[in-house]
Design a protein around this ligand. Structure first.
Ligand SMILES: NC(=O)c1ccc[n+]([C@@H]2O[C@H](COP(=O)([O-])OP(=O)(O)OC[C@H]3O[C@@H](n4cnc5c(N)ncnc54)[C@H](OP(=O)(O)O)[C@@H]3O)[C@@H](O)[C@H]2O)c1
Length: 269
């Protein structure tokens, strides 16, 4: 399906960042947009009167299922779904913070899977439906102190790897974006990271308009994976290698404020 033939798109998390950029991209080109946010933003809704705003928390399987059911019943199911909503939290620093971890996984992983379950139950309707997950280069090398973020994106990538092969050639086109750093409001621990790490992130970064354009070009194709930008893949791949061969590198052995992680045992057990 050429990009210019996208008729309608559902995007989750459009109050800021990539989701908002995508909303503006599609709405500005006359594409019908269904925007799924967990809260109403009057200014956003006023500036896009043609957009269908649905107030749904993606963590709620029931609410997402009802939304998909209502769109199917009214003939409004879009041909592209961009499942973008996501959060990052510091959940594994001085101690493992289970509620924070759970919140990240509920949003980044289940917030996507909650859409996939009802979509796979829909009868084929002779229309291709492109289901796009926004994963991350943290699948190659992630900050161990944002453990929910790293593990949720790895699981998301694993699920979409399976579905993109399993449903290949059918009306359900599963695909994913492995996105490098983009300057948005997502939590990055910027003030807490060592300078070298921040410089690597900057080198690997894409601009927001660049990322929006790349995702929009990729979404209606039948390609399974977009890695964007490529230099992020190179830098995060190098960090993964560093983690494998340099003792202590990217392993979180110290807390963010530089304290050793518990006392080291002198004797092997
Ligand atoms: N920026 C990066 O460096 C980067 C890199 C790789 C991948 N990504 C991925 O790109 C996606 C977009 O992130 P972003 O950078 O654009 O971050 P962002 O500016 O913080 O936007 C995140 C969006 O998700 C929404 N959201 C969060 N929890 C939600 C929930 N439970 N239900 C519905 N919406 C919810 C937020 O809404 P509220 O305003 O209500 O919080 C916001 O609209 C995420 O999946 C992120 O992991 C980002």
């Amino acid at each position: 399906m050429p990009a210019k033939h996208v008729k309608s798109v559902l995007i989750t998390g459009t109050t800021s960042g990539l989701g908002r950029g995508l909303l503006e991209h599609y709405a500005g080109r006359g594409v019908k947009v269904i925007s799924v946010n967990r809260r109403r933003v009057a200014e956003l809704e006023a500036s896009h009167p043609a957009v269908h705003f649905a107030c749904v928390d993606v963590r709620s399987a029931t609410a997402v299922e009802e939304l998909i059911g209502a769109l199917a019943a009214s003939g409004e199911l879009p041909d592209v779904f961009i499942l973008n909503a996501g959060i990052n939290r510091l959940d594994n620093d001085a101690a493992f913070d289970l509620p924070a971890y759970r919140d990240v996984v509920e949003t980044n992983l289940y917030g996507v899977l909650n859409f996939v379950a009802p979509l796979t139950r829909l009868p084929p309707a002779g229309v291709d439906r492109h289901v796009v997950a926004i994963s991350s280069v943290v699948t190659y090398a992630g900050n161990p102190r944002g453990l929910g973020y790293q593990t949720s994106k790895r699981a998301l990538t694993g699920c979409f790897d399976v579905w993109s092969r399993m449903y290949e050639g059918t009306d359900l086109v599963f695909k994913q974006v492995i996105l490098g750093p983009v300057p948005t409001s997502i939590y990055t621990m910027r003030d807490k990271l060592p300078g070298w790490m921040f410089r690597i992130k900057n080198l690997a970064s894409a601009s927001l308009p660049g990322a929006v354009g790349a995702v929009a070009r990729f979404a209606p194709t039948r390609r399974k994976k977009l890695i964007y930008p490529w230099r992020a893949f190179a830098l995060f791949g190098a960090m993964r290698l560093g983690g494998a061969i340099v003792p202590g590198f990217l392993q979180g052995r110290r807390t963010l404020d530089g304290r050793p992680r518990r006392a080291r045992r002198n004797e092997p057990a």
